[in-house]
Ligand binder design. Sequence first.
Ligand code: ADP
Length: 276
Amino acid sequence: MADSMPLVLDHGEPMSPAPTQSLITLRGVAKTYRTAFGGEVHALAGVDLAIGEGEFVCVVGPSGCGKSTLLRLLAGLDDCEEGTLSLDGTTVTGPSSDVGVVFQAANLLPWLTVRENIRLPLRVGGRHRPAEARIDDLLGIAGLRDFGERYPYELSGGMQQRAGICRALVRDPRILLMDEPFGALDALTRERMNSELQRIWQVSGKTVLLITHSISEAIFLADRVVVMSARPGRILRELAVPIPRPRSFDTIVSSPAYPALAREIRALLNAEGDAT
Ligand code: ADP
């Protein structure tokens, strides 16, 4: 996917044409929150973004610039008052089975086993054979084959988050939206989870939009890194990551493209007032 994209798209200049087969399209999206005291928070303004099927896109930006808002709009969990969001040409009007969402906390229900937690979105009672086969596949993909009958408290934070990813994938969505999914994990576990996610993405062929504060995580995972401005958030720059896959943290940091990409993203974020 990265091969077909220009290295840099600067939204301050005329945009290159969007990929012809965009699965996710945002045009002129704006979002303003009304606060309890009658004030307004302009979270997003004029967001244009196109993501192709099977692409892995990471979004970075200063805290409070509207990244989570963007993800909530795409997930159909909130409405925007300006612009359009569409998935495969259909305007987003609410949650869709085509979209799975993963948040920072796995939020597994503690009284259910891992398998029962993953089964929840299917809304099938008892042991429905096709569903169980799918859950077995997902447990295998996520390296949790022996943990389906365990309870969340018996799992590490990284394993719980992998179970959360399985739950998001159980309805076989085309799109996975992830909001800082590994933000609460220690650095080493986070690197392992990045490798796991890369593998899961490569096996599953999903389209992924992932929000992160970590520049190295963004470069490791993404075909394209999207940098947002300070609030009201808009897309400042899109940078393709021309590093071959599968990637490892050892190989990306020694890749010739890595330092320049990291420097550019850091400079953009610093200019927007973020010390990430
Ligand atoms: P980010 O994910 O980039 O940190 P958010 O999308 O969470 O940013 O929030 C963008 C801005 O909108 C922030 O200033 C936040 O305080 C504000 N905001 C988010 N949700 C609400 C809400 N429900 N009501 C009022 N303001 C909100």
